[in-house]
Design a binder for this molecule. Structure first.
Ligand code: HEM
Length: 190
């Protein structure tokens, strides 16, 4: 169901007995809350674009081009690039989760305030569940696997660095697949 109609229906009920003029009601009704919701959704989708877009770039464009470098340079370049990318993902993945939960909280509050019963649409359950899974997988990549890569670079152990990069590749692939699945759910299952 379109969320704007859900929120509008909830608000229409809430404001139907209001003493405000019709004009004021109309203004309150459409402007601020829907604007906040739209901003949350923009933050959500932008964060996901950076996260998934960056993973796709690293895996399908940067990684296959590393053959032009010697193994130590490959490991060092990936260590630098991933270090920068993971810093951004730490922020944007957290924003994606928070904005997603915040949108759900807003709709739940609006619906309950209007005297309705809030139930999570199936697409939201799936998105929230798989979204949290992606988030935890990213934490594993950043705080376990990337740490291994850092240690290997400090020790100039390029074999260990290559092994850590391979493990990162596997889990980044898993997250890309889950991310695409979530996008399909967001756009097809509603
Ligand atoms: C805890 C994690 C997440 C929660 C709670 C969550 C929740 C939500 C909610 C409530 C919406 C608004 C839906 C609407 O207005 O109809 C939304 C939109 C969206 N979410 Fe998430 N989300 C999460 C993670 C993700 C992830 C990881 C992805 C992608 C990989 C994603 C992709 C999208 C997309 C593409 C939309 C826009 C759908 C549209 O344009 O209608 N979400 N999300």
């Amino acid at each position: 169901m379109g969320i704007f109609s859900l929120m509008s229906a909830a608000r229409a009920t809430a404001y139907s007995d209001s003493e405000d003029s019709a004009e004021n009601t109309e203004l309150n009704f459409l402007a601020a809350p829907l604007m906040i919701y739209s901003v949350l959704k923009l933050v959500h989708v932008f964060s996901i674009t950076v996260w998934i877009g960056g993973m796709i770039y690293a895996l399908f464009f940067l990684r296959p081009s590393l053959g032009v470098l010697e193994p130590p340079q490959r490991v060092k370049l990936m260590h630098e690039t991933l270090g920068r990318f993971f810093k951004a993902v730490l922020i944007f993945s957290t924003l994606a989760v928070l904005s997603g939960l915040w949108m759900i909280g807003r709709v739940a509050k609006e619906t309950v305030q209007a005297g309705g019963n809030f139930t999570w649409p199936t697409a939201w359950w799936v998105m929230a569940g798989l979204g949290m899974l992606m988030y935890f997988i990213f934490m594993h990549i950043r705080f376990a696997l990337y740490k291994r890569l850092q240690r290997a670079v400090v020790a100039s152990d390029w074999a260990a660095g290559g092994k850590a990069l391979e493990q990162i590749r596997v889990w980044v692939t898993v997250n890309i697949v889950i991310g695409i699945l979530i996008m399909a759910v967001a756009y097809l299952l509603r």
